[in-house]
Design a protein around this ligand. Structure first.
Ligand code: NAD
Length: 253
């Protein structure tokens, strides 16, 4: 039974991770951390995140699953590196410095970071690689839609799709268009929409002169991300220190 901690336990994803874990027999959420004034979520004690080191020592999770904000994740990374606790990072929106701090932690403990923990997105990325490689010269446009509380834009998943496209083709992102904005051949338009409680939609359009290919994914419930993050946590628990990708979990399980 893998002992799991959840950073951001009172948030949308943190709560969903705790709810999803309740149905699993291979792992148990033993502690949550949050800055919100919440004592427990579904019976899981929630410790003040400013005291994360003490909470790690007291509850001894093997891995902490993190869905918070970048500044919270890097603070957690320092504490996990010191305590010898692995990390599954779902938080998005890191700048280069934050990313470097996570990489530093991975020298001491296993760290697995993914901008999207759905298996469907992993399959989509493989399809994107193949389609962009096959359809040379087709115009590419990327759109993502998320709930109205999302703070970072474009989404981490859109950035991952963009990076996957750029592995195949040298295109420059253009974030939104306004005014006189004729399209260049080597650009990819990237658009972020925010509305309602939409869990996450992504669409890459590849358009030739007489045909359009549309590759899209829609998450219908946050449970899909929670399940993937928990699969990653169970997989990561016995690994050596290092940097790991969710694709390896999907390939293995
Ligand atoms: P949310 O705002 O509902 O929850 C965030 C939680 O973090 C809140 O409870 C907040 O109080 C807590 N928090 C803030 N500062 C903290 C700190 N210093 N220490 C501990 N907790 C702190 O947000 P959400 O919708 O759950 O999303 C969280 C993150 O997860 C976002 O970056 C989002 O983009 C990302 N996300 C990733 C995936 C994925 O599959 N990788 C899926 C969904 C969301």
């Amino acid at each position: 039974m893998t002992r799991i901690g959840v950073n951001g336990a009172a948030g949308r994803m943190g709560r969903t991770v705790i709810e999803t874990a309740a149905d699993r027999e291979d792992l148990e959420v033993v502690v949550g951390f949050d800055v919100a004034d919440v004592d427990a979520v579904r019976g899981v004690p929630v410790v003040d995140a400013s005291d994360v080191g003490t909470g790690l020592a007291e509850y001894e999770p093997s891995v902490v699953v993190d869905f918070t904000l970048p500044e919270s994740t890097v603070a957690l990374a320092d504490a996990c590196a010191e305590a010898g606790v692995g990390m599954v990072v779902g938080t998005t929106g890191f700048d280069d410095e934050g990313f470097d701090r996570l990489e530093s932690a991975s020298e001491a403990v296993p760290v697995l970071k993914a901008t999207n923990f759905s298996r469907g997105i992993q399959a989509l990325l493989r399809t994107v690689r193949e389609a962009v490689g096959a359809l040379d010269g087709y115009d590419l446009e990327l759109t993502e839609t998320h709930h109205n509380d999302k703070v970072d834009a474009p989404s981490g998943t859109a950035k991952t799709i963009l990076e996957t496209v750029q592995e195949q083709r040298d295109v420059e992102p253009v974030y939104g268009r306004e005014g006189h904005a004729p399209r260049e051949d080597d650009e990819i338009g990237v658009f972020a929409r925010r509305a309602g409680d939409i869990r996450g939609e992504h669409e890459l359009v590849l358009a030739g002169n007489d045909e359009v290919v549309s590759l899209s994914h829609r998450a219908e419930d946050r449970a899909v991300f929670a399940a993937g993050a928990l699969d990653a946590a169970a997989w990561l628990a016995d690994r050596d220190p290092g940097w790991y990708e969710f694709g390896a979990v999907v390939d293995d399980t």
